[in-house]
Design a protein around this ligand. Structure first.
Ligand SMILES: [Cu+2]
Length: 257
């Protein structure tokens, strides 16, 4: 009887492991390699990170991710007309209610090990909100890609009740250059918050499953009146994505077509 029980336990463990492995691969989406960081007020220090391209695009025969990736685009919320949520509720005030220094959050780390071209995506004031990289060998399906960049040190407004601020960038892994009508699982992987932009990707593989960068409060203590504090989430507006989420090469827009 005891042997029988041990066997059952072993089988249960095996089944649970199989379940965990399949859950993990279902969640193997494009993410940031370091999704949680601390405030970094030390003279505008940077936080080193990578976009992790987890898989290519899916073929239409069996849905496996067998299609190579030609390039990647990432754009952070600009903090001007961004969608701000406080403990899940809409916040109508500006981002400066919670973050003191969100201007130019991204710096590219020069690297051509996967893609040959790298270029910033800027707002009209020249702030670096994101970048694209593409061309060259590209990323072979079945391999993972690390696309390196840094984020500028984030300073949480000391007088605010924010105990964390989570920024939600938009990322696209592009396997074929198309217009927005050509978006499907074999041409692009869209990791965007569904905010009503043309990049929502309704019904596609990464629908409303964006990467996140959570900044935990770690410098100024929470004011006593804040209690446990609040968690703030910042998403790009549809207007920003429709305007900024693109690949432009020498003034020519090449993605989406
Ligand atoms: Cu995935």
């Amino acid at each position: 009887m005891k042997k029988h029980n041990e066997l059952m336990t072993l089988m249960q463990i095996a089944l649970i492991s199989i379940f965990l492995v399949s859950v993990q691969s279902a969640f193997a989406h494009t993410r940031l390699r370091i999704p949680v960081i601390e405030e970094n007020a030390a003279n505008h220090g940077s936080n080193y990170n990578d976009v992790v391209i987890a898989h290519g695009c899916q073929n239409t025969t069996d849905g496996a991710s067998t299609i190579d990736t030609l390039g990647t685009v990432i754009v952070f919320p600009d903090g001007k007309d961004s969608i701000i949520e406080v403990d899940g509720q809409p916040h109508t005030g500006p981002l400066t209610d919670f973050v003191a220094n969100w201007l130019s959050p991204v710096t590219i780390i020069q690297d051509s090990s996967i893609f040959t071209h790298q270029e910033y995506i800027r707002d009209t004031l020249g702030n670096k909100l994101g970048f694209w990289t593409g061309g060259g060998k590209g990323l072979r399906a079945g391999f993972r890609g690390l696309v390196p960049f840094t984020t500028a040190g984030v300073v949480i407004e000391p007088t605010s009740c924010a105990r964390s601020v989570t920024f939600v960038p938009a990322i696209a892994d592009i396997c074929e250059i198309t217009d927005t009508n050509g978006f499907n699982n074999s041409t692009v992987q869209l990791w965007t918050a569904a905010v009503g932009s043309v990049f929502d990707g309704i019904g596609l593989h990464g629908y409303n499953s964006p990467a996140t960068l959570k900044v935990n409060r770690s410098i100024a203590p929470l004011p006593a009146s804040c209690g446990d504090g609040v968690d703030v989430v910042v998403k790009p507006s549809a207007e920003q994505l429709d305007r900024d989420f693109k690949i432009e090469l020498e003034g020519q827009k090449i993605w989406p077509k």
